[in-house]
Design a protein around this ligand. Structure first.
Ligand SMILES: Cc1cc2nc3c(=O)[nH]c(=O)nc-3n(C[C@H](O)[C@H](O)[C@H](O)COP(=O)(O)OP(=O)(O)OC[C@H]3O[C@@H](n4cnc5c(N)ncnc54)[C@H](O)[C@@H]3O)c2cc1C
Length: 811
């Protein structure tokens, strides 16, 4: 065997379909000095036994684009490489057995069509015609995607490997990588089993289910866990004389795949079996796990009722193979927060074949350009947290995630496993007040406060059971005063000789402000895309407090640390302080009863911060609001949170004080048009396009993204706008609903909520128009939004629907 070189531009660890796709796409970009190391043989991990389904529709536009690209790539690979892939465009059908599932499928069809994926609503006749023998008595309808297909995973991987080799990549089988070589938090190569160092500028981990353990040697956290994944293959079926589309019956947790005259029946059981708890065996190579008929039996019985021919057909193979699942069913992609130049693509949640083409392509572009080519936050590894790699967390969550792939994808659905990881100091107090918790970034957060007789979510696509409770909370925000537990918000302190210079460099807004001034700002990348959306308080000459959203904590921390390195200042995350929001027109009156300090709370101006005392508790009050009313965020030591909360509740009884949850906050911010990072704003939209131009300090000397902002010329072809459904039967929107102007698709909603103060179904939407999304263009067009295949008239405007001049907050 030829020895590998001891140096390369890029090293890839793992030769499954994903590693080979990364190699293929790197070389396609002209990065041909690539070494791929595979511990045993190409495809011997998970890839070899995949069912090979290739679907196109995912939960968001960019994920769908990537899956779509995979189908195009697989269709063309054989001609390019001379290696057959077995790819066939078979089409796929998904059936609904109940009204809510039909609603979900209609919403998916709406989204598919908006993303240029053909998706037709079908009835039982269509199903029977394409799938003779299937029982459709209880089928309410379904969707048909003619462009979906299936491929042979091994042949497709070999074609990708061949394409990569043809352009210069070298692939070494039987060559396990032992560990990474890291210097100053930057990867510089890998060590092979014999201890040899292979130096490299960039390294990619595509080690499938081995990836978590491999990375953990270096304290790099990749939260994924293997689970057993089952299918069976029958003897040839007499009725299977020609190709049939893939058939999914998610309500029965199964899919039916035509497999060369046989049926491959695959399962997505509600409670999965995690595997490999003591580590993934190093000798695993084209292995299968023991079958477990009892585990799949209930689904098999149901499938036999639905497709009775199964009862008379022998089973040729019961297959059980391991696949890696992540904590949110989305894969892990991108540069690791812990180590620079180290990239990952792993944790593919049983869609690694269909995702491999797109994931390989965008990762290769990311590595070439040093930035993602599109909004990839859905799968960005920076969304994960270290606690998610803990064994008990992963093991428990993995039991749930596999089944969720075929379960209903309800709006606001909460995980039932691995909860109560990060608790607010107010947790029990809020539960006692009726809080119904939702989980975000491991935090248990009050989403709404149940009325007597209610106790939890009852999920639906229509009016939710928490609607009235949320309305009650929003009315308290508008008329009286509401308390929000904001303990989940990460707080960072930037301190030291060059703290101001550091903040001036990172923030697009002016940071050289009076002590006690709060600044709302974005952190931009070199293209002026929004990397983060934060508030910063200058608390001393060279001390700043940064508060950001909870979901992007790790991403924001990474951005801050990496950019602060060049300045003489320290960055520290504050784990001891908690935040209570006091929002509403009576908030000042309430605080006046509790806080005393050098300046009366009544004197505290909008966007000013001041230290107070409540009895013996030090409280910093920041006057600002994300809900559009006069309001304050109180910063105080965690240990005093319960006491202050109780004082606020008791002192505010006559003012109508009410605890309020994140659904109410979301409803209020939607009415006010406040953007939410990760939904409305992201790293590929600029502040100007997002309507946040007011937060840019145009006169400031220099900050990241300034040059790109200056170069923005011409009409504003993309822009965030506000929309409200004007018809009386308004549905509840979620996001990604297409928006039409005079019948032509012009954009998608980015987030949505029912606005209780204006009593309307609202959304923020990103619209595109080559000649500019101007006020005239908006006012002259007839706009509609499509929800579940039905169009509704909408009012579209640049200004928000509630208090556009912000008079209520500033008075
Ligand atoms: C039963 C079943 C059915 C499935 N059906 C489908 C389907 O229909 N459609 C679909 O899209 N997906 C399907 N999947 C999922 C799909 O198979 C996987 O998502 C995909 O194969 C993952 O590819 P990968 O390259 O990430 O991992 P793998 O194929 O496991 O590749 C990782 C490779 O890395 C190597 N490696 C690990 N550590 C090292 C190291 N230290 N040094 C060198 N090499 C290393 C391993 O040997 C392995 O070959 C299915 C999975 C299962 C189990």
């Amino acid at each position: 065997m030829v020895n590998p070189p001891n140096q390369a531009d890029i090293v890839i660890i793992g030769g499954g379909i994903v590693g080979c796709s990364v190699a293929y796409h790197l070389t396609e970009l002209g990065l041909s000095d690539v070494l791929l190391f595979e511990r045993k043989q190409l495809t011997c991990g998970t890839t070899w036994h995949a069912a090979g389904l290739v679907g196109q529709l995912r939960a968001s536009q960019n994920m769908t684009r990537l899956a779509q690209y995979s189908t195009e790539l697989f269709a063309a690979l054989a001609a390019e490489t001379g290696q057959e892939t077995g790819y066939q465009a078979t089409g796929s059908m998904t059936l609904a057995l109940n009204a809510e599932r039909l609603e979900e499928l209609k919403r998916q069809a709406t989204m598919a069509n908006a993303f240029d994926v053909t998706c037709e609503l079908i009835g039982a006749d269509f199903v029977r015609e394409r799938w003779p023998g299937i029982d459709t008595d209880d089928v309410l309808g379904g969707v048909y995607l003619p462009g979906d297909g299936q491929t042979n995973p091994v042949d497709t991987t070999l074609a990708l490997a061949k394409g990569a080799r043809n352009r210069g990549a070298q692939i070494f089988e039987q060559t396990p990588v032992q560990r990474l070589a890291i210097e100053n938090r930057k990867v510089v190569g890998v060590y092979l089993e014999d201890g040899c160092l292979v130096r490299a500028r960039q390294v990619v981990i595509t080690g499938g289910m081995w990836s978590r353990e491999f990375a953990s040697q270096h304290d790099i956290h990749l939260p994924l866990h293997a689970a057993e994944h089952f299918y069976l293959v029958t003897e040839p079926l007499p009725s299977f004389t020609s190709m049939r589309p893939t058939l999914r019956v998610p309500d029965e947790q199964v899919y039916y795949k035509y497999d060369a005259g046989k049926l491959l029946l695959g399962f997505f059981e509600r409670q999965a079996k995690p595997w490999g708890m003591d580590g993934i065996p190093t000798d695993f190579c084209f292995d299968a796990l023991p079958d477990d008929l009892a585990h799949i039996e209930p689904m098999l019985e149901q499938a036999t009722r639905r497709f009775p021919e199964l009862a008379d057909t022998g089973i040729q193979l019961f297959f059980n193979g391991p696949e890696s699942f992540t904590v949110d069913d989305r894969y892990l992609l991108g540069e690791t927060p812990e180590v620079s130049n180290l990239f990952v693509a792993c944790g593919f949640n049983s869609i690694g074949i269909q995702s491999s083409g797109g994931a390989g392509k965008v990762l290769a572009e990311w590595m070439r350009d040093g930035k993602p080519p599109m909004d990839l936050w859905d799968v960005d590894v920076r969304r994960t947290f270290a606690f998610q790699t803990e064994a008990h967390f992963l093991r428990e969550r993995t039991q749930e995630t596999l089944g969720l792939l075929y379960a209903m994808h309800w709006p606001h659905q909460q995980y039932t496993t691995s909860r109560n990881v990060r608790l607010s100091p107010l947790h029990q107090t809020l539960l006692d007040q009726g809080a119904v918790m939702g989980e975000l970034a491991g935090w248990e957060r009050p989403n709404w406060y149940a009325f007597a007789g209610q106790d939890n979510y009852q999920y639906t696509y229509h009016k939710p059971n928490w609607f009235d409770a949320c309305q009650h909370e929003c009315m308290a925000v508008m008329n009286d005063v509401a308390l929000f537990d904001q303990s989940s918000y990460p707080i960072f302190w930037i301190d030291g000789e060059e703290a101001l210079a550091c903040m001036q460099h990172i923030c697009a807004n002016q940071m050289d402000v009076e002590i006690g001034q709060i600044v709302y700002t974005q952190w931009l990348n070199e293209d002026a895309g929004i990397e983060a959306d934060v508030t910063v308080t200058r608390t001393a000459e060279q001390t700043f407090m940064v508060v950001g959203p909870c979901a992007s904590e790790r991403r924001d921390a990474t951005w801050l640390h990496r950019h602060a390195e060049q300045f003489n200042c320290s960055v520290r995350q504050d784990q001891d302080t908690t935040i209570i929001g006091v929002m509403g027109p009576k908030s000042t009156a309430l605080l006046a009863r509790l806080l005393n300090g050098s300046e009366a709370i009544e004197q505290l101006a909008y966007y000013q911060s001041q230290q107070y005392k409540s009895a013996e508790i030090n409280v910093r009050a920041n006057r600002l609001s994300y809900v559009g009313e006069r309001g304050y965020e109180l910063y105080l030591p965690r240990k005093h949170a319960v006491s202050l909360w109780q004082q606020l509740m008791s002192n505010g009884a006559d003012l109508g004080v009410t605890p309020a949850g994140f659904h109410a906050m979301n409803a209020c911010r939607m009415e006010k048009g406040y953007r939410h990072w990760g939904h409305d704003i992201y790293d590929h939209i600029t502040p100007t396009q997002a309507g946040l131009g007011f937060a840019i300090a145009k006169q400031k000397d220099n900050f990241i993204g300034k040059a790109a902002l200056k170069n923005q010329r011409g009409p504003m072809t993309r822009r965030l706008v506000h929309l409200a459904i004007t018809s009386s039967n308004a549905p509840f929107m979620i996001h990604d609903e297409p928006v039409y102007r005079d019948g032509e698709a012009v954009g998608l909603t980015t987030s949505a909520a029912w606005g209780h103060r204006v009593d309307k179904s609202l959304a923020i939407a990103e619209l595109t128009h080559a000649q500019g999304v101007t006020r005239e263009w908006l006012s002259e067009g007839y706009f509609e939004v499509e929800v579940a295949l039905q169009r509704y008239p909408v009012r579209v405007q640049i200004a928000p629907f509630y208090d556009p001049k912000s008079a209520r907050m500033k008075d």
